[in-house]
Every structure is written in structure tokens, then in C-alpha cells.
Design a protein around this ligand. Structure first.
Ligand SMILES: Cc1cc2nc3c(=O)[nH]c(=O)nc-3n(C[C@H](O)[C@H](O)[C@H](O)COP(=O)(O)O)c2cc1C
Length: 144
């Protein structure tokens, strides 16, 4: 099982319809390829995790990198892993309202060149996103 995370900036004037189209394609293609993951949209930026068979994940990432609906695509982390974080979703979508998750994303976007982007910090981040998607509360502070 292979896992890949990147962040990117949304193209100027990206509409809700564009996002719906991205999600429609993503869920259809990913289902065919047994890829799962999560797409976060926040502050005109995307953060995405893709997981599946290595060659399929890299194929899809190659297409995503060339997609004009975003730019500045920057790989955060990729590696072999034991299991999936988002096995229930071909592509979950999250537009975070939780302040702790927003703060983490903001830091990730600002400091992704230099910050600790080890699997550990991303693991706890995606774990929190997963908890929120399932209707729970993240184990990060609501306010700062
Ligand atoms: C932010 C973002 C996330 C995307 N996520 C996926 C995805 O998870 N899976 C996917 O197949 N396409 C995704 N796409 C769409 C691909 O870039 C591409 O349009 C799609 O794979 C169809 O490519 P094709 O028409 O060349 O076959 C995403 C696009 C953007 C801008």
C-alpha cells in the first residue's frame, strides 16, 4: 500500500462547480483503481492524501500535477504504508470549520518547505480529519 500527500493552490476564480467536477472525476476514477483518500479545501489551497497501489497512486498524481485547476503542486510525503486511513472513501472532501484543523493546515501551507512533515505529524493530522468526517471531535484545540 502506497500513500502520497501534497498541497497546492487553487486556480484563481475556481468555482464550486469546478470543485464538484473534480470530486466527481476523483470518486469515479479512484473507485475503478481502488484508490482512497481525502481532499481538503481551505484558504484557496488544497491538501490531498491518496492511497492505493503504488503505480496507480503515482499515475493519478501525475495527472493531478498537470491539472490547470490548481498550481504550485508540492509533494509533502510519500511512502509505503501498512494500511489505509480513508478506506471508507474513494475521495472524502473536507472544508474544515474546526479551528485546530485550520491552524494545522495553515502551518502546513506556510511552512511546508521547512517544517517537520514526518509521517508522524501527518498521521495525527489525517487521524483528526478522519474523526471529524465521522462526526467526532478532533483531539486538537478548538481555539488558540
Ligand atoms: C485538487 C485536485 C484533486 C484531484 N484529485 C483527483 C483524484 O483523487 N483522482 C483522480 O482521478 N483525479 C483527480 N483530479 C483530477 C485529475 O487532475 C484529472 O482531471 C483526472 O484524473 C482525469 O484525467 P484524464 O481526463 O486525463 O483521464 C484532481 C484534480 C485536482 C485539481
Amino acid at each position: 500500500m502506497y500513500q502520497l500527500n501534497y498541497r497546492s493552490k487553487a486556480a484563481p476564480n475556481l468555482t464550486q462547480e469546478d470543485i464538484n467536477n473534480i470530486l466527481n472525476t476523483a470518486t469515479t476514477v479512484n473507485e475503478e483503481k481502488n484508490i482512497t483518500g481525502c481532499l481538503i479545501y481551505h484558504n484557496d489551497s488544497f491538501v490531498q492524501i491518496l492511497e492505493g497501489k503504488k503505480e496507480d497512486v503515482l499515475d493519478v498524481y501525475e495527472k493531478i500535477k498537470n491539472d490547470p485547476r490548481h498550481y504550485d503542486v508540492h509533494l509533502l510525503w510519500e511512502n509505503n504504508v501498512n494500511g489505509r486511513y480513508f478506506e471508507e472513501w474513494s475521495m472524502a472532501f473536507h472544508n474544515p470549520e474546526n479551528k485546530g484543523i485550520q491552524l494545522f493546515i495553515n502551518n502546513l501551507l506556510i511552512f511546508s518547505e521547512i517544517t517537520d512533515r514526518s509521517s508522524g505529524s501527518l498521521y495525527s493530522f489525517w487521524g483528526n480529519v478522519r474523526r471529524v468526517l465521522l462526526g467526532g471531535s478532533p483531539s486538537v484545540p478548538e481555539t488558540i
